[in-house]
Write a protein that binds this ligand. Structure first.
Ligand SMILES: [Cu+2]
Length: 221
């Protein structure tokens, strides 16, 4: 299907070049310039063909664990926020890397008991996406999604098609979310929380835009 799409768009590009050649030739533009343009289109086609396929699983399993701390825990641990005390919840171990092809077990232990239901176009992030089996476990229970009213955070890596909704923890306790995915694309990817858990009228301010609080990096090498 995608092959058909790219073939159509390439033949459209070829027609554009032919038309361009005719126009430029009528203006007396040299053959070298015209063939250079055609080469440009060929280079794009070659690049599309050269796009590497998804990385094949390498049968190595690694675990990456993150804790999601409350403001009180941050204060107790003397974690300095960019904007003073009471800044907002944060993920620990926010930046990590794995090898291409690894099966990654992501473990997130969240102490945050305050739900921040998803809003608008972000409501789709209550579904688990991109994991093995399309599921995660919440305190050991296998789920495909988390009820929106219970969502407190998400761990979302758009570039890897990965989304883990994190429910609010029982007060004074923690909730553990575990999921497995295959790191099948090479690159440096940004993860982000899409629940409006931050400050400001829409909850998208403060920690939502700060590295190590509600965003970080997943590098697949
Ligand atoms: Cu969040």
């Amino acid at each position: 299907m995608s092959e058909g799409r790219s073939r159509r768009s390439l033949s459209t590009s070829a027609m554009v070049v032919v038309a361009l050649v005719a126009v430029l030739a009528s203006l007396g533009v040299s053959v070298a310039v015209v063939s250079g343009l055609a080469g440009g289109v060929r280079a794009v086609a070659d690049r599309l063909k050269a796009t590497p396929p998804a990385v094949v699983a390498n049968h190595v399993t690694v675990t990456r664990s993150m804790d999601l701390l409350t403001e009180d825990q941050e204060a107790a641990r003397h974690i300095v926020t960019p904007y003073g005390a009471g800044f907002g919840p944060m993920y620990t171990n926010a930046d990590w890397s794995v090898q291409a092809g690894d099966t990654v077990i992501v473990k997130i232990r969240s102490y945050d008991d305050g739900p921040a239901p998803l809003m608008g176009v972000q409501m789709m992030y209550d579904n688990v996406e991109g994991t093995i089996g399309g599921v995660e476990t919440v305190d050991g229970k296998v789920v495909h999604s988390v009820p929106n009213a219970d969502v407190a955070h998400t761990f979302t890596v758009v570039g890897l098609g990965l989304n883990l909704p994190i429910p609010a923890a029982p007060t004074g306790k923690f909730v553990t979310v575990v999921a497995r995915f295959v790191a099948d694309r090479v690159g440096d990817f940004t993860w982000q929380c899409y629940a409006p858990c931050g400050s400001g009228a829409n909850g998208m301010g403060g920690p939502m835009a700060v590295d190590r609080w509600m965003e970080g990096k997943v590098d697949v090498r």
